[in-house]
Design a protein around this ligand. Structure first.
Ligand SMILES: O=C(O)CCC(=O)C(=O)O
Ligand SMILES: [Fe+2]
Length: 476
């Protein structure tokens, strides 16, 4: 056990790590060491060393019921031992009615040559199953099993509270979306508002952009705390993209169509879920202005809720059995506590659907009461401005979609009319395959670059030379 704790972990460079003192302080030292972003197995190992008489299952359940806090889990276990003679008593699910993470791994204890014991994570025990939800909390598990990564306690506490208060003030003026679904006009079961960075952009959004075949009436300039947070979100998301590239993508290479440019948010959808029943159903996010393989940074504030995701499996997927296909579509739930940043990576929108599930009950937040506020920071591409994209027969800039279900066309992008989503318009049958280069740019983006160079090659050359000269020399 000690061998496991003292094994080298990069972030735990504190010298106390290799010599966990056997004093009355041991527990505090150890629970402090278990930061929120430590993996479940590491936290489990700490708990096991604090409660050696308890079984792994009981420890894991306590940890998950305590939202990943080793300290709380340890307290709960002590209390539980006092109350019951059975140390394996099951912990109840979280009080707010959301589930908690089930065991993903089993462990083996092997002896090293020098006689010390080494605890290794060996088997990935549970994958998704039809009709069952796999609950995840620990960041290490989220990134290993989903196309997302999560950072808990993302903003400094005061900054998170200030941002929450800023948006709680605005939330009563948010709107509900109305759209047509199978000839019925439906209203979204939560409210939201769209923010862009600056008044110029507000004006452009109101007059030039098209959503579901119409204009968005309520567009607002991003608020001061939103902009402040946006800088931190940008930095963190770029860091997460790089980590994902290195740790999860084959040969550390970006996906086809994924942008190689740094991610820079310039718009934000802010959602408000007032009470446990408000939700958003399974969907993929609109790619029209984000382009293929979009990355989204999603900041959660206030009441903790469940973010559910489900893989989209091709209709004619040739897995060996129907059951296997159904299992692959099984749902995963990621708990989103106050002040957590979820990054939806480049594989998310094309291959997975996501939702915020209605909750059976919620734990009120001291500032937000029953509300959850969510900000999804997004990066709109200049090259996908509606003045460049194809227009449908109704004369409206078309929407970009990705084929998801049919195996032969899966992953191909196309432009289509989206006017029919408007309550009073029927729309047309416009359809056109969309083309993008390796970096997700449409053909007109490179044409525009060459034309500009061609129009005034000398001035373009001059600009380029100036840029190169202005680059500071690398210090050695
Ligand atoms: O509230 C959330 O976490 C998700 C919101 C969402 O999916 C969206 O704005 O598209
Ligand atoms: Fe979404």
């Amino acid at each position: 056990m000690d061998a496991f704790i003292s094994c080298k972990r990069q972030r735990l460079s504190d010298p106390t790590m290799s010599l966990v003192p056997a004093s009355s302080n041991t527990e505090n030292t150890m629970t402090e060491l278990a930061g929120d972003d430590e993996s479940t197995d590491f936290k489990l190992a700490l708990l096991l060393s604090l409660h050696p008489s308890l079984g792994e299952e009981a420890l894991l359940e306590a940890l998950l019921a305590s939202d990943g806090s080793v300290e709380q889990a340890s307290e709960a276990l002590k209390l539980d031992l006092r109350l019951t003679s059975s140390p394996r008593k099951k912990f109840a699910p979280a009080r707010d009615g959301t589930g908690y993470q089930s065991s993903l791994f089993t462990f083996s204890t092997t002896k090293e040559r020098n006689g010390t014991e080494k605890r290794t994570q060996i088997i990935k025990k549970r994958l998704t199953k039809k009709g069952q939800t796999l609950y995840l909390y620990a960041p290490a598990d989220v990134e290993a099993h989903t196309p997302c990564s999560i950072i808990h306690n993302f903003l400094p506490r005061e900054q998170a509270d200030a941002l929450l208060l800023e948006l709680l003030k605005e939330a009563p003026t948010f709107n509900r979306d109305s759209f047509k679904l199978f000839d019925r006009v439906v209203t979204s079961p939560h409210s939201f508002c769209f923010y862009v960075d600056g008044w110029d952009e507000v004006e452009k959004q109101r007059t030039e952009y098209v959503y579901n075949g119409g204009a968005v009436k309520d567009v607002r300039p991003s608020l001061p705390e939103m902009l402040k947070a946006s800088t931190l979100v940008q930095e963190a998301v770029n860091g997460e993209i790089q980590r994902r590239l290195q740790n999860f993508y084959p040969n550390g290479k970006k996906l086809k169509y994924q942008s190689p440019q740094p991610w820079k948010p310039n718009t934000a959808f802010v959602n408000c879920y007032d009470g446990p029943t408000e939700n958003v159903g399974y969907h993929t996010d609109e790619l029209t202005y984000l382009g293929p393989r979009a990355v989204i940074g999603s900041l959660s504030l206030g009441v903790a809720r469940e973010f559910r995701i489900r893989k989209i499996v091709a209709q004619d997927d040739n897995r060996s059995s129907k059951e296997e296909v159904a299992n692959a579509q099984g749902q995963i739930s990621i708990r989103l506590p106050h002040n957590s940043l979820l990054v939806m990576h480049a594989e998310m929108q094309e291959e997975w659907k996501h939702s915020i599930a209605p909750a059976r009950s919620i734990e009120p937040h001291p500032l937000a009461k029953n509300k959850r506020i969510n900000i999804t920071y997004r990066c709109y591409k200049d090259s996908l401005h509606p003045k460049f994209t194809p227009k449908c027969m109704c004369g409206i800039a078309a929407a970009l979609r990705c084929m998801q279900k049919k195996k032969e066309s899966r992953g191909r992008y196309f432009w289509m009319c989206h006017a029919s989503f408007q309550p009073d318009i029927d729309g047309c049958s416009f359809f056109k395959w969309a083309e993008f280069d390796e970096d997700g740019e449409p053909p007109w983006a490179s044409r525009r670059k060459t034309e500009a160079t061609y129009e005034n090659p000398e001035s373009e050359m001059k600009k380029l030379t100036e840029e190169i000269i202005e680059e500071p020399a690398e210090s050695s």
